[in-house]
Design a protein around this ligand. Structure first.
Ligand code: GLP
Length: 259
């Protein structure tokens, strides 16, 4: 049995305070590598949690303080039937917050999650990630119900890329983004095994609405009832929270970050 190392947990003032930590994670992941290994693959996450970080990353890339040639990019999930140019979709959101990612998409160095569920498309995407050496650094958010990407409660831990039905809480949380249309019912998502295969995982959660899911992730049973609890099976995880999201955790579990 490999030794388990509990996730490192840090408490920060807010999402903005997390930005320097997140940019440092990127810098470390893409630090010069042997030419044979090629540029590092960084997996981004969507959602309000990452807006500040994506905007800051855009400024770093535009200012060439982070070299856009030194990494390749991907992300976690996409609504079924939402190609990159469609408003509401995940690639559209990533490109809106960080236009440099759209330039990478055009250059073929940003690998979008397929918006169709054909087995061949999902397999090809997975193979693309493998050929890029696998995900070196994966950013993650968490749903109110403990989901990771769109792996809703009940998803097996050994899942790869797959088509999934969204939980009602997930659809409710996405409602404003699609108004006046109805939020989608289905998506294509990376699986929990896909996520666990990354070298390093960094999960952010901010706000009281996430407190219950965060406590279940770090303190509850490791079980498909809380998909994010699977992170406790990984040896290299950082969790960044604000105080509101951390309110269900005992004091000794958290290290104080720069507050
Ligand atoms: C969606 C994404 C998740 C993300 C979640 C959190 O459900 N599929 O990957 O973690 O949103 O979103 P927010 O950051 O807006 O709370």
């Amino acid at each position: 049995m490999p030794e388990r190392v509990a996730p490192e947990v840090r408490i920060l003032a807010n999402a903005e305070a997390a930005v320097p930590f997140l940019l440092d994670e990127i810098r470390r992941a893409i630090a010069p590598r042997p030419a044979a290994r090629g540029p590092a693959l960084v997996g981004f996450a969507t959602g309000g949690t990452y807006t500040a970080m994506l905007k800051a990353l855009g400024a770093e890339l535009d200012g060439r303080r982070i070299d856009g040639q030194s990494f390749v990019a991907t992300h976690l999930d996409e609504y079924l039937g939402y190609p990159p140019e469609r408003r509401g979709g995940m690639v559209h959101e990533l490109g809106t917050n960080c236009p440099a990612l759209l330039a990478m998409l055009r250059a073929g160095t940003f690998f979008p999650v397929p918006h169709v569920d054909a087995d061949s498309a999902l397999r090809a995407h997975d193979e693309l990630l493998q050929r890029a050496g696998g995900v070196k650094l994966q950013f993650l958010g968490i749903g109110r119900n403990g989901h990771l990407a769109f792996n809703e409660p009940g998803t097996p831990f050994d899942s790869g890329f797959h088509r999934t039905r969204l939980a009602e809480t997930t659809r409710e949380d996405a409602r404003a983004r699609f108004a006046p249309e109805e939020p989608p019912r289905e998506a294509v998502t990376s699986g929990l095994a896909t996520i666990l295969a990354a070298d390093r995982l960094v999960l952010c959660a901010f706000g009281a609405a996430k407190a219950e899911a965060v406590a279940a992730m770090l303190r509850g049973e490791v079980s498909v009832a809380c998909p994010a609890s699977v992170l406790r099976q990984h040896r290299n995880v950082l969790v960044l929270l604000d105080r509101a999201a951390a309110q269900g955790l005992p004091g000794q579990q958290v290290a104080q970050g720069a507050c």
